[in-house]
Ligand binder design. Structure first.
Ligand code: DX5
Ligand code: ZN
Length: 223
């Protein structure tokens, strides 16, 4: 399975968004991770539909939206119309995960189901055959720049095992505190989509920071 880097726009320099998106795209980065926060599901507010619509014109990368909003089913079609290619919703944020999955599928976007650190893999087991991606949080959602929670790695391994046992092919995305130094821990456990905010856009040389990740992925792809 190929490994993809999905830098989080939360850490971008918002005075240079177009320019910095170009830099990562030209460095060969395939995805851009878009953290949408509503101030209710998480104690922070980031950006939403108009911003995504605006940057869609500035980038051909895969738009990997991570909705940290309550009742995400209310906004699926708007995020899709704004340009989201993958829509990740939190299982904790909706009373109707199956309905949410159906709505995302209907929109034509890929479906990602997301779990916070206190949510078990068992909670999402009934939905795994219906999703394209599982997003495992390795920090409490809400803020960039937090410390990686290594005690979440067992969930990545459990999901990789379920994929194998049931012959499923969803991507395993990991988000929170990932750096060039600790990324191998999650790759070894079976993750194949890696979110990194501060470790890419927080660095002085963004292109080089992204390339460092891509070089590590090449080693794994060659294995
Ligand atoms: C946290 C967000 C993350 C965050 C990642 O709620 O979902 O995507 O921006 O940032 P770093 O890599 O700095 O932890
Ligand atoms: Zn995220």
């Amino acid at each position: 399975m190929s490994i993809y880097l999905s830098p989080s726009m939360l850490s971008i320099d918002f005075t240079k968004v177009g320019e910095q998106l170009q830099i990562v795209e030209q460095a060969g980065v395939p995805y851009i991770h878009l953290d949408v926060m509503d101030g209710v599901f998480v104690p922070n507010i980031s950006f939403g539909i108009p911003v995504i619509k605006g940057i869609r014109k500035a980038s051909n990368m895969v738009f990997d939206a991570h909705l940290m909003i309550v009742e995400p089913e209310r906004y699926i079609s708007q995020f899709r119309d704004a340009g989201a290619d993958i829509i990740n919703f939190h299982v904790e944020a909706t009373k109707d995960p199956a309905g949410c999955i159906a709505k995302i599928k209907e929109s034509g976007a890929k479906v990602g189901i997301t779990i916070k650190p206190n949510t078990s893999v068992d909670t999402i087991k009934p939905y795994l055959q219906d999703v394209d991606m599982v997003l495992v949080m390795t920090v409490e959602p809400g803020f960039g720049g937090q410390k990686f929670m290594e005690n979440q790695v067992h969930k990545i391994a459990a999901l990789a095992q379920i994929k194998k046992d049931l012959g499923l092919c969803f991507d395993i995305e990991v988000d929170g505190g990932i750096t060039q130094e600790n990324v191998k821990i999650v790759l070894d456990a079976g993750a194949n989509v890696i979110v990194a905010g501060s470790a890419v856009f927080g660095k002085a040389d963004i292109a080089n920071a992204a390339k460092e990740f891509l070089d590590i992925f090449k080693e794994y792809d060659a294995k």
